[in-house]
Design a protein around this ligand. Structure first.
Ligand code: NAG
Ligand code: NAG
Ligand code: NAG
Ligand code: NAG
Ligand code: NAG
Ligand code: NAG
Ligand code: NAG
Ligand code: NAG
Ligand code: NAG
Ligand code: NAG
Ligand code: NAG
Ligand code: NAG
Length: 429
């Protein structure tokens, strides 16, 4: 493929398009083919200083006429660079994630405070840069990311709102894909038919005691448990711990996490939002034990891994959180043996897994990979896969074995046949 021929970062040619709805940009690569497409609407709300020690807020709309000639396309990373007005720019950096998905790593907005049309009476005349981390990840390769809902990304002095977004990075065959990865905000939050048979509440076991005869006891009103809306699958978070600031990671983990908590006859599920603005990551690496602590506004998850000489495992899990009804819970189990693999390798389980942690708490993991010990060069070592994942490899192996057996049978039949022929040949003499 010519795409692979020159995968040194190259300057792309920008094409401008003016459409009444939003800002549409098609970036083409050196080969003249489309490599990055974006159609989106962005509003900025910028707080800036004016004379008299006060702040003004400027409301700016990303104009439809932008230049995209600073955009770059590469095999594993691309950048959409839109410049407009008097030295303002907005850029989005994309990276490929394990060849199957891509994500937006950061959005950088640069604004020129000297531009008095946007920033009248600004005290400063410099150009400011703010970098923000959007929630755009796990976009399937060869699909467009689509999000019609408004997504506000906040930072100290700039709030930006994105909506009507349709983006495709790493376009492979020169044309925009018809398939889309839809953001969770766009997915219908329908109150679906409860899949969990929550309504079969055992109507208070002891209340069905023999009622005093003749009194017609009114049927005990079964508490109607409100069906919980289906949650979108949790976003896969990537977490790493360094033993000190100058070293590479000593603990790596990547997973999407959902927890399920029973509270009386109610059951609630919550996703851990891995967005670094929401979830703080800390932890430590030891010889015999390593820890990963994830703290979000809705839950705190502490994972403790043990090194039992040859193997490691998730040994303890402590989750504290708050349900939507405000009930605080803290559930822990320090006698677990989950995610076991040899020290020096990583444990991987891509399929959805559920684990019962305590009789009130269960967890669900998605796209799991962990390595709490012996991380080299900041990347995961060879993975030991969980059963379900490994089974998908067993199929081709089984097919291979069957083929081999078939070949052996054919060969055997051939030699037997030859022997018979030779024998009969001698007899005919
Ligand atoms: C975006 O900004 C424009 C102009 O400031 C305004 O008319 C529009 O309502 C804003 N849209 C949103 C979604 O904030
Ligand atoms: C950003 O949004 C927050 C919450 O809505 C608001 O408090 C803050 O003033 C906004 N900042 C700017 C610069 O508009
Ligand atoms: C910033 O705006 C001023 C006034 O409009 C302009 O003279 C200057 O060139 C701009 N800076 C950049 C880096 O474009
Ligand atoms: C920007 O402001 C500094 C002082 O704050 C001033 O010396 C400089 O001339 C200004 N530059 C422009 C282009 O206005
Ligand atoms: C896109 O959709 C078509 C038809 O639905 C399907 O055949 C194709 O595999 C999809 N491609 C991707 C990358 O999902
Ligand atoms: C009623 O409650 C008592 C004590 O709480 C328990 O021992 C008994 O098994 C219960 N009976 C039924 C029918 O659940
Ligand atoms: C990290 O490196 C810097 C400069 O190389 C040094 O000043 C600092 O002390 C180091 N920090 C640690 C924790 O080793
Ligand atoms: C795991 O534990 C064994 C024995 O306690 C120790 O020799 C080894 O260095 C540990 N491995 C790592 C990666 O810390
Ligand atoms: C790790 O465990 C081994 C054996 O259980 C023990 O000898 C060693 O002192 C422990 N190391 C640390 C740092 O706790
Ligand atoms: C779990 O964490 C909470 C809060 O961090 C703490 O109060 C509790 O003691 C921990 N439980 C266990 C068993 O470690
Ligand atoms: C830990 O688990 C093992 C087997 O799973 C069990 O034998 C042991 O009693 C448990 N210990 C505690 C303290 O729960
Ligand atoms: C948990 O996983 C098992 C299979 O591993 C599955 O049969 C079961 O339905 C799952 N439970 C839930 C609540 O998803």
């Amino acid at each position: 493929m010519s795409r692979y021929a020159a995968f040194v970062l190259f300057l792309a040619l920008g094409i401008e398009l003016h459409l009444s709805h939003g800002t549409e940009v098609s970036v083409t690569g050196k080969d003249g083919k489309l490599c990055l497409y974006a159609n989106l609407m962005v509003n900025f709300s910028v707080s800036y200083e004016v004379t008299g020690n006060t702040n003004e807020t400027a409301e700016i709309e990303l104009p439809s006429g932008v230049k995209s000639d600073g955009s770059t396309c590469d095999i594993a990373s691309s950048e959409l660079m839109l410049s407009f007005g008097e030295g303002h720019s907005w850029s989005m950096k994309f990276t490929v994630n394990e060849k199957t998905t891509y994500q937006v790593d950061s959005i950088t907005f640069s604004y020129n405070l000297s531009d008095s049309t946007y920033f009248p009476n600004s005290l400063s005349n410099g150009t400011m840069n703010v970098t923000m981390k959007p929630h755009i990840a796990n976009v399937g390769m060869d699909t467009c990311y689509s999000c019609k809902s408004k997504d506000m990304i906040q930072s100290d002095s700039v709030n930006q709102t994105l909506w009507n977004v349709l983006i495709q990075a790493f376009v492979s065959n020169g044309s925009k894909s018809e398939n889309v990865t839809t953001c969770s905000a766009d997915l219908p939050v329908t109150t679906v038919v409860p899949t969990t048979p929550t309504t079969t509440t055992t109507a208070a076991p002891n209340s069905t005691t023999i009622a005093p005869h003749n009194t017609t006891t009114p049927p005990t009103t079964i508490p109607t448990t409100t069906p919980t809306p289906t949650l979108p699958p949790p976003v896969t978070g990537k977490y790493s711990i360094k033993s000190d600031e100058n070293s590479t990671a000593c603990l790596l983990a990547s997973f999407g996490l959902r927890i399920g908590f029973k509270q009386g006859d109610k059951y609630q599920e919550m996703n851990l939002d891995p967005n670094p603005n929401v979830t703080g990551v800390s932890g430590s690496c030891g010889v015999n034990s390593s820890e990963l602590l994830l703290t979000s506004n809705t839950m705190t998850v502490m994972l403790t891994f043990a090194n039992d000489t040859k193997k490691f495992r998730l040994h303890a899990l402590n989750i504290t959180g708050k349900t939507s009804s405000g009930v605080v819970f803290s559930e822990a189990n320090s006698n677990l043996s989950l995610w076991e693999a040899a020290v020096g390798s990583s444990y991987m389980c891509n399929k959805e897994q559920n684990y019962t942690i305590t009789n009130l708490l269960s967890i669900y993991t998605y796209n799991l990979q962990v390595q709490p010990f012996g991380v080299k060069k900041g990347v995961f070592s060879t993975a030991e896969e969980c059963q379900g994942d490994a089974e998908s490899f067993l199929v081709p192996i089984a097919v291979g074995v069957a083929l081999l057996v078939l070949i052996l049978i054919v060969l055997l039949a051939y030699f037997i046949g030859r022997k018979r022929n030779m024998a009969s040949g001698y007899e005919s003499f």
